[in-house]
Design a protein around this ligand. Structure first.
Ligand code: 6SG
Length: 240
């Protein structure tokens, strides 16, 4: 028995060392080295995953990929894209699938099919708007920002309606009166849009209250006070 325990520790240390040399290991795991997130040092498609992990005190090892080192990582990614998340030796990619996996694993994805659908349809809406945002940021920022900001309240209105119908004002959560993985994705989406257009939630009281509620969640607020978070760019090209 003691021999087996020694072997496990040795393997874990070797893995951590191997994966840290390409990027910066920013978070030292204190309880377990089971989880690892590999992504660029931007919020991008990594931040909603970081929020979920931080808010639930799930300890993880963070590898911040330097853009110069990306060609070394890209070939091992199934879609040639980051983020990648690891649970032990198992790799997970696609940010929404990573969120859903963590949701299933840590009781943040409803077991009831209809409520699970409500989470999924909201998350798909988040994905649609995030894709428009990414297109603006990376392809059309200077020429397209004004029009995007003008159309924003209308594009956010469906989220306002859905959250209102779901009773988010009293519960503080988007679906089913309890936290689910989509909360972290929607919170991040609203947060980056408030950075883009500080008044965009002014006509959407449910979303505004929801955004404030998530801002105030103690572990998220503490995380957002860290230097690691504050110095991180929102997007890879420095636009926000
Ligand atoms: C980009 O798009 O930072 N991943 C991005 N880009 C690198 O070679 N559907 C999946 C998902 O949800 C989308 C993943 C996402 O997980 S994130 C990725 O891996 C590639 O395709 C935004 C971000 N971009 C930074 C960046 C990418 C291209 C230009 C700037 C990498 C860094 C510098 C050059 C290549 Fe770069």
């Amino acid at each position: 028995m003691p021999c087996r325990i020694k072997l496990i520790i040795k393997v874990t240390l070797t893995q951590t060392y191997t994966y840290s040399f390409l990027g910066t290991t920013a978070t030292s795991p204190h309880k377990t080295m089971a989880y690892r997130l590999e992504y660029f040092d931007v919020r991008g498609r990594g931040e909603s995953i970081r929020y979920l992990l931080k808010d639930n005190e799930l300890v993880y090892d963070e590898v911040l990929i330097d853009f110069n080192d990306w060609p070394k990582y890209k070939p091992k990614m199934p879609y040639g894209q980051a983020p990648a998340f690891y649970s032990g030796d198992t790799m997970f990619v696609q940010s929404n699938s990573i969120l859903r996996y963590l949701g299933r694993k840590h009781d943040m994805y409803p077991s009831d099919p209809v409520t699970a659908y409500q989470v999924d349809m909201l998350n798909d809406g988040v994905e649609d708007l995030r894709n428009l945002y990414v297109k603006l940021i990376y392809q059309n920022y200077d020429a397209g920002k004004e029009e995007y900001v003008k159309a924003l309240p209308e594009r956010l209105q469906p989220f306002e309606n859905i959250l209102k119908a779901n009773g988010a004002t009293s519960s503080g959560f988007a679906v089913g009166g309890k936290v689910s993985f989509v909360d972290y994705n929607l919170y991040d989406l609203l947060d980056i849009h408030v950075l883009l257009s500080p008044t965009c939630l002014d006509t959407l009281p449910t979303l505004k209250a929801y955004h404030n509620t998530f801002n105030s969640r103690p572990r998220l607020a503490a995380y957002r006070q860290t230097e690691a978070f504050k110095k991180r760019n929102v997007n890879g090209n420095g636009k926000q």
